[in-house]
Design a protein around this ligand. Structure first.
Ligand SMILES: [Zn+2]
Length: 92
């Protein structure tokens, strides 16, 4: 069994698929969505109060997750996935 298959069958893999599904559906706990549901006082990123915390910001631009994105980019590069955009991330 290879690493990808083991991951897909693991608890972490199940959690990751659930998170990706929520991102695809737009039902997440990012501030912009919570604000839309009247569950947050504003739509802004908790760390960068002038930027709306959208899924795109959360996954691709928020500086607080830079190290995570760097690691993800490295892992995806090993799988020959070099494009790091929202469509690619959610499809991958
Ligand atoms: Zn942010």
């Amino acid at each position: 069994m290879n690493v990808v298959t083991r991951f897909k069958q693991s608890w972490e893999g199940t959690q990751a698929r659930a998170a990706i599904t929520r991102f695809c559906l737009g039902h997440t706990t990012v501030s912009a969505h919570l604000y839309h549901l009247c569950l947050s006082p504003d739509p802004f990123c908790p760390w960068y109060r002038t930027i709306s915390e959208t899924i795109k910001h959360f996954l691709l631009h928020c500086p607080r997750f830079h190290s995570h994105r760097t690691a993800l980019h490295s892992w995806l590069s090993a799988l020959a996935i070099t494009t790091l955009d929202l469509q690619t991330l959610l499809a991958t």
